[in-house]
Design a protein around this ligand. Structure first.
Ligand SMILES: *Cc1c(COP(=O)(O)O)cnc(C)c1O
Length: 456
C-alpha cells in the first residue's frame, strides 16, 4: 500500500449522515437522571422547560442506535468538517517509537475546539422549535464562543454569562463572541435577581461558574421562548460529538488501520465520549480488544480519585442530578490550575463504562502536560490547547511504552483544539511560574462530605 499521508480527509460524500448513540449498545445503562426536588427519575417532559424538546428526547433515548443528522446541520458541518486525521510521523520519529500515532484534529474552526459540533446541533433544534433566544454560561470561553458561532449562523439571539475574572482576563474571547452578536455579560451581574443578591453580599467578587450558571438558568426560566444550553457532560452532547469518532473510524478503515489504543482528554467527557463511541461499540458488541484511556489533570481527578455517586451537574444545584464520577459539586480546583478540564463531575455514560471496567483513566500534573504540549508544537507545528495536551501526554506515554517493548501498536488520540486563547497559561509555564497542585485526600473528603444523600 502507498505511504499513508500526513493528513487524511474524508470526501464530503463519505461524511457521516447519522450520529451514533452508544447507549443503544451498552449492556447496562447509566443510572437515570434525578429530579433534584423529588429525587425521582426524571421524565422527558420535565426537561422541556430547560432543554428544547428534541434535545430532551435525545437526552433520554437509550434505544435508538442512530439519529439522522438533519440536512441543515450537515450543511454547516461541511463548512469546517471533515476534520483531518493526522499521522504524527514527526512525533513518532522524535520519540523513536515503533508505534504508529494518529490524531483527530478538531481545532480548525473559529471556536478553536470540538465544542462547535454540539453547539450547532443545539442551536438548530432550538430554532426549529421556534425558540427565540438561548442562554448559557462560559468559564474560559470556549463553549460561549462555539455557541455564539452557531447562534449567529441560525440567527438566534444569545446571552452568555461569562465568569467575571475570565471576562476581564480574556478580552479577546469576548470580542470573538461579540463578533458573532452574542450579548456577553460579566457574572455576577445586575441583570438577574441571583446576580444582584450575590453582588450585594460580596461587591468585589470575581464570579464563579456556579454563579454564572444560576444567572443563565434564571434568565432562561424568566424569559419567554428562552432555553439554557450546556456544552458537555450530557448524553445529547456525547451523541453530537460521535461525529468525531465516526469520521476517525471511517478514515482509518480507508487507510487499512484500526487503533489498539484510543486516548482522549476528559473534562466533562464530551470529546472523549464522541471519539471513543464507535470503538467502544466494537469492544462491547464484537469483543474487540481496543483499549480506551481517559486523561485528566491531577488537580481535578474525577475518574482517578472521585466517587461514583449522585451529584449535581452544576455548582448552583439547579440542574438534574446525575450518577457519575465526581469530586463533589463544591470542589474547586486550585487557583493555579491553568490546564482546563476543571469540571467536578464526568459524563454519566463514561462514568458507567469506567465503573464497568471498559475503560482506563490516568492523571497528569500540569507542568508535565505543558512539556508534552511544547514538544508536540515543535514537531507537529500545531499550538495545542492545554486541555488537548493531556491527550498528547497520554499518547506519548503509550508510545514510549511501545518503545520499551518494541510493540508496533496503533495509537489514536483526540486533539480537541488550539491554544491561542491560553497564552497566559503558556507564559506561566515558560517563565517557570506554573506549579503543580494535587488535592489532598482530606480536601477531597471535605467535598465528598457535601455530596447529596440519595437513596434509591
Ligand atoms: C471544553 C474543552 C475540552 C473538555 O471538554 P470535554 O467535554 O471533556 O470534551 C477539551 N478540549 C478543548 C479544546 C475544550 O475546549
Amino acid at each position: 500500500m502507498a505511504k499513508i499521508p500526513y493528513r487524511f480527509y474524508l470526501s464530503e460524500d463519505q461524511m457521516p449522515k447519522q450520529w451514533y448513540n452508544l447507549r443503544a449498545d451498552m449492556k447496562e445503562q447509566p443510572d437515570p437522571l434525578l429530579n433534584p426536588g423529588t429525587l425521582k427519575p426524571i421524565k422527558e417532559e420535565e426537561l422541556y422547560p430547560i432543554f428544547c424538546k428534541e434535545l430532551a428526547h435525545q437526552e433520554m433515548d437509550c434505544k435508538t442506535r442512530y439519529f439522522d443528522i438533519p440536512e441543515e446541520i450537515q450543511e454547516m458541518y461541511k463548512i469546517y468538517r471533515p476534520s483531518p486525521l493526522i499521522r504524527a510521523y514527526n512525533l513518532e520519529k522524535e520519540l523513536g517509537t515503533p508505534a504508529k500515532i494518529y490524531y483527530k484534529f478538531e481545532g480548525n474552526n473559529t471556536s478553536g475546539s470540538h465544542k462547535l459540533n454540539s453547539a450547532i446541533a443545539q442551536a438548530y433544534y432550538a430554532k426549529k422549535q421556534g425558540l427565540t433566544s438561548l442562554t448559557t454560561e462560559t468559564g474560559a470561553g470556549q463553549w460561549g464562543t462555539a455557541l455564539s458561532e452557531a447562534c449567529a449562523y441560525f440567527n438566534i439571539p444569545l446571552t452568555v454569562y461569562m465568569v467575571k475574572c475570565s471576562f476581564e482576563q480574556k478580552p479577546y474571547r469576548k470580542a470573538v463572541m461579540q463578533t458573532f452578536d452574542a450579548d456577553v455579560i460579566p457574572s455576577p451581574s445586575d441583570t438577574t435577581e441571583v446576580g444582584r443578591k450575590i453582588l450585594a453580599e460580596n461587591p468585589g467578587t470575581t464570579g464563579s461558574l456556579g454563579c454564572a450558571i444560576s444567572e443563565a438558568v434564571e434568565k432562561a426560566t424568566t424569559t419567554e421562548g428562552c432555553r439554557y444550553v450546556l456544552g458537555s457532560v450530557l448524553n445529547q452532547v456525547l451523541l453530537h460529538q460521535s461525529i468525531i469518532g465516526l469520521e476517525a473510524k471511517k478514515a482509518m478503515e480507508i487507510l487499512g488501520e484500526y487503533p489498539d489504543v484510543v486516548v482522549g482528554c476528559a473534562g466533562g467527557g464530551s470529546n472523549l465520549g464522541g471519539l471513543i463511541a464507535p470503538f467502544m461499540r466494537d469492544k462491547i458488541v464484537d469483543g474487540n480488544k481496543v483499549r480506551i484511556v481517559a486523561v485528566e489533570p491531577a488537580s481535578c481527578p474525577s475518574f482517578t480519585r472521585g466517587k461514583y455517586a449522585y451529584d449535581f451537574c452544576d455548582t448552583g444545584k439547579v440542574t438534574p442530578m446525575a450518577k457519575m464520577y465526581t469530586l463533589g459539586s463544591s470542589f474547586i480546583p486550585s487557583a493555579n490550575h491553568a490546564g482546563g478540564l476543571r469540571y467536578h463531575g464526568m459524563s454519566p455514560i463514561l462514568s458507567k463504562l469506567y465503573h464497568d471496567g471498559l475503560m482506563e483513566a490516568v492523571s497528569y500534573e500540569q507542568t508535565k502536560v505543558f512539556e508534552a504540549a511544547k514538544l508536540f508544537a515543535r514537531v507537529e507545528t500545531i499550538l495545542p490547547a492545554p486541555e488537548s495536551s493531556h491527550a498528547i501526554k497520554g499518547a506519548i506515554d503509550e508510545a514510549l511504552k511501545c518503545k520499551k517493548t518494541g510493540e508496533e501498536k496503533t495509537i489514536l488520540f483526540g486533539l480537541t483544539g488550539t491554544g491561542y486563547f491560553d497564552m497566559s497559561a503558556y507564559s506561566a509555564f515558560h517563565e517557570g511560574r506554573m506549579n503543580d497542585y494535587i488535592p489532598t485526600d482530606e480536601e477531597l473528603q471535605a467535598s465528598f462530605d457535601k455530596l447529596p444523600k440519595v437513596e434509591l
